[in-house]
Structure formats: structure tokens, C-alpha cells
Design a protein. Structure first.
Length: 88
């Protein structure tokens, strides 16, 4: 399968040089940020809302490749405060 980079349209992709998702023999979804389509930051001090926004961003990227959340086999979330793990 031919490689296809999928963009979220934010300025960060060209600055930091990454793609939101890459479609190919094995799909990869990277660096999901806490941003809405308009670029608003969501849940700045709320780990639960941050997690919901990230899942929505992943779902949107999946839909662009013809996949859905049921197709996800692994996620990795890094948190800065272990006390928030249950909220995440």
C-alpha cells in the first residue's frame, strides 16, 4: 500500500515535522494534541477532558483512513502526575 500522510491542519505539524496519522501497510497515529479543529486547547487542568479530546482526535484521524476506534489495538498515554491516572 502506498504511504499517505494525514494532517490535522495545525501549524505544529510543519514546525515539528510530524504527521497526525500515516496510512500504509500498518497505520500509525501520532502526537495527538489537546486541540479542537479550531485550535482551541481543551481541558487544560482537567485530565479527564483531555483524554476525551484526544480520543475524539484519534477517532477523527481513523475516519480519514477508513478505520474506526474498534480497529485500535494499542494506545499509549503519558501523564505528568501519576495521581491523575484514574481520571485518564
Amino acid at each position: 500500500m502506498q504511504r499517505k500522510n494525514i494532517s490535522s491542519g495545525t501549524c505544529w505539524e510543519s514546525i515539528v515535522r510530524y504527521s497526525r496519522a500515516v496510512r500504509g501497510d500498518f497505520d500509525s497515529y501520532q502526537e495527538q494534541l489537546l486541540l479542537t479543529k479550531r485550535g482551541d486547547i481543551i481541558g487544560l487542568d482537567n485530565p479527564y477532558l483531555q483524554t476525551i479530546q484526544i480520543i475524539k482526535n484519534i477517532q477523527s484521524a481513523l475516519q480519514m483512513t477508513g478505520a474506526c476506534l474498534k480497529d485500535v489495538i494499542r494506545t499509549r498515554i503519558y501523564i505528568t502526575d501519576i495521581n491523575n491516572w484514574e481520571k485518564v
